[in-house]
Design a protein around this ligand. Structure first.
Ligand code: SAM
Length: 221
């Protein structure tokens, strides 16, 4: 019952606050047709990360976990015309669908889909001495979240924002004996943020498409 109320409220708020966008609708349709998993963030969550990125004037954004390019398009909406988004995806089929969807949305000039394992791609960006990113959105294999967190810090500047999706997992995050390696990695990231002088952060609990979850929003000091 509670879940129904949350989902209906999410839909109601989306209807009020997220105007329909044919490129995003097309992305969901194409992703379904291509049998991609139904794992993209909700429209309300897309708008949340878009507005967060816009609030900090992000010009360079890094995403881990492209899937079909849905969240990448929300993030790209926050960029100025000369801004840049790199989105990393290790599944070549997902990467092709994401790149096609991004091209169809007219965003190929500012969004690059990099195909490969995220840890390797992040190491490559560090080796390339990439300019710091203003905003990070991490939404992939959560058991690697500690690696992603440490790489983000190295690729950041003071004031950068790091967002991790799915940090609550219906409350599983509070289970310190969880056997789930993904949740344990997220718990470690939360501990690092909570104890770090370099980063400050908070979790916004969310409802999304799959029930109770949350996003960690951290700021590099
Ligand atoms: C939850 S989906 C991303 C959803 C997307 N951010 C959205 O909301 O539209 C996670 C994606 O991360 C990709 N992924 C998983 N492990 C990865 C890894 N080690 N490196 C890069 N991508 C990975 C998966 O193939 C999948 O497409």
């Amino acid at each position: 019952m509670a879940r129904e109320i949350w989902s209906e409220t999410e839909e109601f708020l989306s209807g009020l606050l997220c105007s329909s966008d044919p490129d995003l609708t097309r992305t969901i349709y194409v992703s379904e047709q291509e049998n991609l998993p139904f794992n993209h963030i909700s429209a309300l969550q897309g708008k949340q990360i878009c507005l967060l990125a816009r609030m900090v004037g992000a010009r360079r954004i890094l995403e881990v976990g492209s899937l079909g390019g849905y969240s990448a398009q929300w993030l790209a909406k926050a960029l100025p015309p000369d801004g840049r988004l790199i989105t990393i995806e290790n599944n070549p089929v997902h990467a092709i669908v994401a790149a096609d969807n991004i091209r169809a949305a007219g965003l190929a000039d500012r969004v690059e889909v990099r195909v490969g394992n995220a840890a390797d791609q992040l190491a490559l960006l560090l080796a390339e001495k990439a300019d710091p990113f203003d905003f990070f959105f991490i939404d992939a294999d959560e058991h690697n979240n500690v690696t992603y967190f440490e790489s983000c810090i190295q690729l950041s500047r003071p004031g950068s924002i790091i967002v991790f999706d799915n940090v609550v997992r219906s409350g599983e995050v509070r289970n310190l004996n969880t056997p789930n390696a993904a949740v344990r990695a997220t718990q470690r990231v939360l501990e690092l943020v909570g104890s770090s002088e370099r980063v400050d952060g908070v979790v916004f609990q969310t409802v999304g498409q799959r029930g109770h979850d949350g996003m960690l929003v951290a700021r590099v000091q």
